[in-house]
Design a binder for this molecule. Structure first.
Ligand code: NAD
Length: 293
């Protein structure tokens, strides 16, 4: 069997177009969603992410603000920037790009963001709302994007055994909380594996849906996957490849080729979960605006 490829580029585009259509309709009523992205320092990957977020925002017809400050920015100054954005009525979403420089307490900064503008969904208020199933929760973009991939590709989560590998606050934990909610895209029986899990391959072999978010290149091998399973690969890892000009290529947490032979559906890397994350950031910004105006 060769798996159906779940195309995150196409779906991400569809969702961004849906958001753009709603933004255009809202403009007629004189309201425009606004997203502020705050970047501290010169991390090249962060700069690239911020650039694509800004581009997606403008393409969706949203108001976009980029606040860029040097690596040496004192923590108090960053908190002041967050305060100012919290009070700016043209801004509905605030995203502070991580990682922050070491001298800044990330938790303190994330806690300072008004939960109503927390489009990353990392504030404890949104985490709590997600857990209790409050529909006004702003949900973390990456796992929320995975749910959209499952929903819009007709992959049944109801009653399914879903195994998540990784328990990070950004991916694994919110992924589990989304999949156990009642209703479409939820109702799954969820197991969360991590570095202390005993006989992880045996646990993963019981999965109808495998979600890998480990950060280890090609960790999930074909022998761990049940024939006919759906495999969602969140990982993005660089591996050396002297045969390409850049000297490296990107691979996921799943050994794509062999696993695709066994699975019923699989997401590629790149072109899978990655593009969904930005699409859901746009959707979250629109949601945040609609909840306050
Ligand atoms: P993280 O490092 O915070 O968490 C990794 C998790 O994997 C931990 O919970 C750990 O317990 C688990 N783990 C590590 N080694 C393990 C092992 N041997 N067996 C079982 N579990 C193990 O990472 P993260 O932020 O959740 O990101 C995971 C991956 O997803 C990374 O490759 C990251 O780049 C990628 N990512 C992609 C997107 C996207 O938009 N596609 C977004 C966020 C993260």
């Amino acid at each position: 069997m060769s798996a159906r490829i779940i195309d995150g580029v196409a779906l991400g585009k569809t969702i961004r177009q849906e958001v753009a259509a709603e933004v255009a309709a809202l403009k007629g009523r004189g309201v425009v969603p606004g997203l502020a992205v705050v970047l501290v320092g010169e991390n090249p990957a962060s700069k690239a992410y911020v650039g694509s977020k800004e581009k997606a925002c403008l393409e969706a017809g949203m108001h976009s603000v980029k606040v860029q400050r040097p690596e040496t920015l004192p923590e108090a100054d960053l908190l002041a920037i967050v305060d100012q954005l919290n009070h700016d009525p043209a801004i509905h979403g605030i995203l502070v790009q991580l990682p922050l420089p070491k001298h800044i307490n990330t938790e303190k900064v994330l806690l300072r963001i008004n939960p109503a503008k927390d489009v990353d969904g990392f504030h404890p208020v949104n985490v709590g709302k997600l857990v209790i199933g409050d529909p006004t929760a702003l949900r973390p973009c990456t796992p929320w994007g995975v749910i959209q991939m499952l929903l819009r590709n007709g992959i049944e989560t109801r009653g399914a055994n879903a195994v998540i590998i990784g328990r990070s606050t950004i991916v694994g934990k919110p992924m589990a909380n989304l999949l156990i909610q009642t209703g479409p895209g939820g109702d799954a029986t969820v197991t969360v594996c991590h570095s202390k899990t005993r006989d992880l391959p045996a646990v993963v072999r019981g999965a109808d849906i495998v979600i890998a978010a480990i950060g280890k290149a090609e960790f999930v091998t074909a022998d761990m996957v049940r024939p006919g399973a759906t495999v969602i690969d969140v990982g993005i890892n660089r591996v050396d490849d002297p045969s390409v000009p850049k000297g490296y290529r990107l691979v996921g947490d799943v050994a794509y080729g062999p696993v695709a032979e066994k699975a019923a559906a699989i997401t590629p890397v790149p072109g899978g979960v990655g593009p969904m994350t930005i699409a859901m950031l746009m959707a979250n910004t629109l949601q945040a605006m609609k909840q306050v105006v």
